[in-house]
Design a protein around this ligand. Sequence first.
Ligand SMILES: N[C@@H](CCC(=O)N[C@@H](CS)C(=O)NCC(=O)O)C(=O)O
Length: 203
Amino acid sequence: MTMKLYYCPQTRAFTSLWMMEEAGQPYELVRVNIRAPGHPNEAYRKINPMGKVAALEDGGMGFGETAAILLYVADKYPQAKLAPSTTDPRRGRFLQWLMFPAGTMEPVMTEKRLGNQPNSFQSGWGDYDRAFAALEAAMKPGPWLFGAEFTVADLYIASHLNFGMQFGMIDKRPAFTAFVERATARPAFKRAMEIEMKEAAKS
Ligand SMILES: N[C@@H](CCC(=O)N[C@@H](CS)C(=O)NCC(=O)O)C(=O)O
C-alpha cells in the first residue's frame, strides 16, 4: 500500500514533502485545508490526534510530528541512507539532532520572539544563545552534521533554519546560511519546492 502524506502548502508540512522526495519512493499527496472551517474534523484527527499537518499514513496507521515522519520514512527505506542504522554508535547523537528543531529550536525561537526572559538552567530547551551556539559548533567541520553523510537530521535542521532566517526569527550566521544553501541545492529539495509551488497556486 502506498504511503499517504497529508499536506498543506506553506506550512511545516513542506519538511515532510522534502523527505518524501529524498526517499525517492512512491507516495500519495493528500491535500488538507487547515484553514477551512471545521478543521480538524473527526476523520482527520483519527490520522493525527493533534489535527495538524503534516501527517503520514502507512498500512492504515496514521501519525503526525515531523521528526516522527522523517525517522519513520528513513528507517522504512534504509537504501536511501538518510539515517545511521540502529546499531551504529552515531545513532544516539543523530537522534539528538533530529529532536532538536521541535524540542529546542522552536521553543527558543518563540521565547525570543515574545521577548520572554529565558531561564536556561530550568527550561528543557536552554535558551536561544546556548542552543544556536551548540548547533553552530556541531556543523563543523561539515559539510553535514555527520561529515559527508547527509541525514534527515540535516534535512530537518536546514528546513527550520531556512524558515527561521527568512522570517527573522533566527540570526543569519554565516555557518547557518552556508548550511541552508548546501541543503536547498539538493535535487530532492528542488523537486519538493516545485510541488509546493504548484500546490500553493491551486489554493
Ligand atoms: N510539531 C508539529 C507542528 C505541526 C504544525 O504546527 N502544523 C501547523 C501548520 S505549520 C498546523 O497544522 N496548524 C493547523 C492546526 O493547528 O489545526 C510538527 O512538527 O509536525
